[in-house]
Write a protein that binds this ligand. Sequence first.
Ligand code: GLN
Length: 538
Amino acid sequence: MNTKFVFITGGVVSSLGKGIIAASLGKLLQARGLKVTIQKFDPYINIDPGTLNPYEHGECFVTDDGAETDLDLGHYERFLGVPTSQANNVTTGRIYHTVITREREGAYLGKTVQIVPHITDEIKRRMLLLGQSGEYDVVLTEIGGTVGDMESQPFVEAMRQLQWELPDGDCMCIHLTLVPYLSAAHEIKTKPTQHSVQMLQHAGVMPDVIVCRTEHPLGADLKRKIALFCNVKPGHVIESLDAWSIYQVPLNMHAEHLDELVVRKLGIENFNAPDLTRWKDFLDNLRNPKETINVALVGKYVALQDAYKSIQESFVHAGAACGCKVKVHSILSDDVTADNVAEKLKGMDGVLVAPGFGERGLEGKIHAIHYIRENGIPFLGICLGMQMCVAEYARNVLGWADASSTELNPNTTHPVIDLMEEQKKTKLKGGTMRLGAYECKLKKDSLAYKIYGTETIQERHRHRYEFNGKYAEDFAKGGLVASGTNPKTGLVEVVELPTHPFFVGVQFHPEYKSTPERPSPLFKAFIQASLDNAKKRK
Ligand code: GLN
């Protein structure tokens, strides 16, 4: 069978959840026994989202191979349970960079370099790339942005050309739209959908299926009306009602026959019903928690939910695995002071101190960790959170009053967290951090080893600063144990406090690898410790 290509576009408004629909369809096809990957094409000019503030574009997701990518790749990995890579996320910036670099090399000598065909050719090359590996039966491609945006036009044009070039039945387009409900008129409105499909048709693309996001059921008549006006077959209009959890969406899409339509349209002879046993087990656990626990997320980007997407999802996975609902309380680290910390963290069963960059909010994180450490509250510090627990320990236990990370105070007398050696030479900001999966060796008698159940682990990274090895002995003597290190460089990846019920800081990001079917061991242990703490407090 040829590799099949499914394109997913969006219309009417942004933030419709194209990523979730793509991931849900991917999940269903995979559960039918097909090999699936999902890629995202983003219309912005940045080479990747690594240089964006999380408030601009949500979390930056990091892959095993060290790509800084769109947060939708996190959804793809969480739903499919298979890793993505740099090839799964392409931006306009990356496309242009490739074409312009080639132009300078003389690849187009004598020719005018143009959007069509040069930019669209490069887009098409990348759209087909993963399919050529022979690894996949189906490649799903999510086109970022909204149809009609000036920025996504070349992507839509490339998709049109591919639909024309690929053999019949190897390619299809699913268009996701919003069908709003006007409460004043008590009416569901289909006009925006009609217009957005017209826009797509203007560009020469005929959608095969329309998925309608809606707050109210559409009913057969409205579905038929949309099909008629948008020129798709009756039955090819799918209702996507707001779901109680994003993880319910694959089941909803299956109930609407989305996967069946797709395999039929693509001529895939696959009549297996999707096997979603493990997924449903997870959903059952998620729906029926026995307890509720309160966990604080202390960070500087808490105003935007998407800024810590993978952490939020890891809580969901770990909560389901531990049989509890994790109520996450976002606390802006900038607001935490020595005087108000007890009030801010009141009632919290566990506290996670988040990753981050720059000096804002760092002192607040240190105050929070001081309180958590002294009051035996379960603590998980990720990346910057780990670095701040080292600074806190240095200040308040080892007695080095101005100990700090040089990211916060370049003139500290005790730079317990310092810029990594190779980073000192780095001037460029894009893609130059220590990125991607690295090995970490855990000490046999440590809590980290107990949690992971193995000596060697692989977790993903995204940082420039590190634990300063110069002080390793002082910390060891003072009671903060470096329980995980990189076997090649000796870089400290995990610190823990054996005298505390649960106090773990990790330089890596366990949240990037957590999935519903395979929750992060570290998050699971942290949530279990928070649950134990909640029971004890009761
Ligand atoms: N700013 C810190 C560093 O660069 C931490 C990064 C992070 O939390 N991802 O090392």
